[in-house]
Ligand binder design. Structure first.
Ligand SMILES: NC(=O)C1=CN([C@@H]2O[C@H](COP(=O)(O)OP(=O)(O)OC[C@H]3O[C@@H](n4cnc5c(N)ncnc54)[C@H](OP(=O)(O)O)[C@@H]3O)[C@@H](O)[C@H]2O)C=CC1
Ligand SMILES: O=C([O-])CC(=O)C(=O)O
Length: 266
């Protein structure tokens, strides 16, 4: 069956995803949701996809909306997606650390029959986290290690001198809820871990800038009644965005192919 999809955002993830979708007969990209002022500009075009500024303008046969645009865009559009009864597949999971926002989406989705999926994004281990969570309490830690340049333009700059670092340096330790607010474009994975596991306040997060690194590393560790595990991913960043691991793009593709590989909220 062909999925008719729309994508919110036309940045690094979307452009890489579209290149990877070439020749995929099972997925048709009908619409791309961008800021209204971008519509009709020369660099906002892709095959026969229609660029729109709102969910209300989507083609009627769009059944799945992928979000790859950031917290603000998710806040702007997610309510309209689930109100329309469509399947929402999102990457910017950190925005869900706002309980009122997340619960509002879940309530609307239950009313309309919409589904809400958080893609695994740059990490793995969501199945093991969910299994352990059902069995009982677990201690969960996420550590994100990225090259120093990936943290430019973030509050890390107020914690350390990124250009002067000579060794890997931890500049943030706190909860998944705190990190979601402080590092919206770099720590969505921590929110995804929290959603699969013990929640935003019980998930501990450390962020590290590594001046010698050229790739991103994500470490998920858990100790619970069933035992423990440690899952470490090394992930090449997208050439067009050092903050974003390429894995994120292919986790969306994997979800589109299989309908799995996500945390399902509703
Ligand atoms: N779960 C995970 O593992 C990961 C999640 N992410 C999430 O995905 C997001 C996108 O990543 P990436 O593609 O690398 O980021 P980019 O910065 O490359 O692209 C973001 C795109 O979103 C667009 N956008 C921003 N706000 C809106 C809006 N209100 N309406 C429509 N479009 C909008 C931007 O448009 P414009 O140019 O007009 O601003 C831009 O095209 C990240 O911000 C992060 O939240 C990223 C990596 C991993
Ligand atoms: O892509 C990554 O490495 C992770 C990321 O940016 C995020 O979680 O927001």
């Amino acid at each position: 069956m062909t999925a008719n999809i729309a994508i919110i955002g036309f940045g690094s993830i979307t452009r890489t995803l579209l290149a990877s979708l070439a020749g995929n007969g099972a997925v048709r990209v009908k619409n791309i949701v961008v800021r209204p002022e971008r519509i009709g500009t020369p660099d906002h075009a892709w095959q026969d996809a229609r660029f729109v500024g709102s969910i209300a303008e989507l083609d009627a046969d769009v059944d799945t909306v992928i979000e790859a645009a950031g917290h603000a865009a998710l806040r702007q559009h997610a309510g309209d997606v689930v109100a329309s009864g469509r399947r929402l597949v999102l990457a910017s999971s950190g925005a869900l650390a706002d309980d009122a926002f997340r619960e509002g989406l879940e309530t609307t989705a239950r009313e309309t029959g919409a589904e809400i999926h958080v893609v695994s994004g740059a990490i793995g281990a969501l199945d093991a986290l969910a299994t352990a969570q059902i069995a009982g309490r677990q201690e969960v830690r996420y550590t994100g290690i990225k090259p120093s340049r990936a943290w430019r333009g973030t509050p890390a700059e107020q914690c350390v001198d990124l250009d002067a670092l000579e060794a890997p340096t931890t500049f943030f330790t706190g909860s998944a809820r705190e990190v979601a607010q402080l590092y919206p474009a770099n720590a969505n994975v921590a929110a995804t871990v929290a959603l699969a596991g013990p929640g935003f306040d019980a998930t501990t997060v450390s962020l590290i800038a590594d001046p010698g690194a050229v790739i991103n590393r994500h470490v998920v560790e858990a100790d619970g009644v069933l035992g423990s595990f440690r899952f470490e991913t090394t992930a090449t960043p997208l050439s067009i965005n050092p903050r974003t691991s390429g894995t994120t793009v292919f986790s969306i593709l994997s979800f589109l192919n299989s309908g799995s590989n996500s945390v399902r909220l509703v």
